[in-house]
Ligand binder design. Structure first.
Ligand SMILES: [Zn+2]
Length: 263
């Protein structure tokens, strides 16, 4: 089993990061960890180097943070990503989050950077990890519609829609050849469960978004990549599939999607 989306650089792991990774090694095939901002790149690269063939790195700028960086800083981040092309397996997470960012200027900045990261992923021939979330004004500003337009306009092919919950756009995503990943939110949310139900197994990947989204639903509890086991169990229930079939298919999908060199 592979956790395709977590954040091992988070301070929540500072006290026992190596113990957590050792536990993951006992239970999982691989872990893909996603650095949400440039200050996290070095630590993320170091982890994937130290745990080569097991921990894999994805670098990007989370849409939540886009207003914290000047154009020059974004360019520098992109250069750093390009310099580390061979040490990473993807770009992200990037995308649109209209819940965190509510101003028209901030959202425009998200759209610009999202398109830039999509172009970079195309040029470097790397997968793109996409985060999309609507704000309370979703009737008038739809982050999902905007994000899909940008991805299609940029010709994005290798796309992971992380924690995807927009059932009405699922056919379009599948038609474009994109992948959907789900985490423990499917243990509680009917709308997210519907997306899992209707996503073909060959397009589905598992994730945790750890340290967040512990399977217990307790926001105070720290999650870790082994939380993906509970997600797989729930996927098997929702899809009325054998747990080993879910495990095999999602592991193969993740390994192929990211081109993982497993060891
Ligand atoms: Zn994330």
């Amino acid at each position: 089993m592979i956790d395709t989306h977590c954040h091992l650089e988070q301070p929540a792991y500072d006290a026992d990061r190596e113990t957590v990774i050792a536990k993951c090694r006992r239970e999982l095939t691989a872990v893909v960890t996603c650095a949400p901002k440039p200050a996290d790149y070095a630590k993320t690269l170091e982890l994937s180097k130290k745990h080569g063939g097991f921990v894999f790195a994805v670098l990007g700028i989370h849409p939540e943070y886009v207003e914290d960086y000047s154009d020059a800083e974004v360019d520098a981040a992109m250069k750093e990503i390009e310099r580390n092309r061979l040490a990473i397996v993807g770009i992200g997470e990037t995308g649109l989050d209209y819940s965190y960012v509510k101003t028209p200027a901030g959202r425009e900045r998200q759209r610009q950077l999202f398109a830039k990261f999509a172009r970079l992923a195309n040029r470097l021939q790397l997968p793109l990890v996409v985060h999309i979330r609507n704000g309370e004004d979703k009737e008038t500003a739809d982050a999902f519609a905007d994000a899909f337009d940008i991805l299609e306009r940029e010709g994005a092919k290798r796309v992971q829609l992380h924690m995807f919950g927009a059932r009405k756009l699922l056919e379009r995503a599948i038609g474009n050849g994109w992948y959907v990943s789900c985490n423990a939110i499917i243990l509680r949310s009917k709308s997210y469960a519907k997306v899992v139900r209707d996503t073909p197994l060959e397009r589905l990947m598992l994730e945790t978004d750890a340290p967040w989204l512990h399977p217990s639903g307790d926001a105070a509890q720290r999650n870790d990549p082994t939380g993906v086991l509970a997600v797989a169990e729930r996927v098997a229930e929702i899809k009325d599939a054998k747990p080993e079939d879910v495990d095999n298919a999602t592991t193969q999908n993740a390994s192929e999607f990211y081109g993982l060199k497993l060891r």
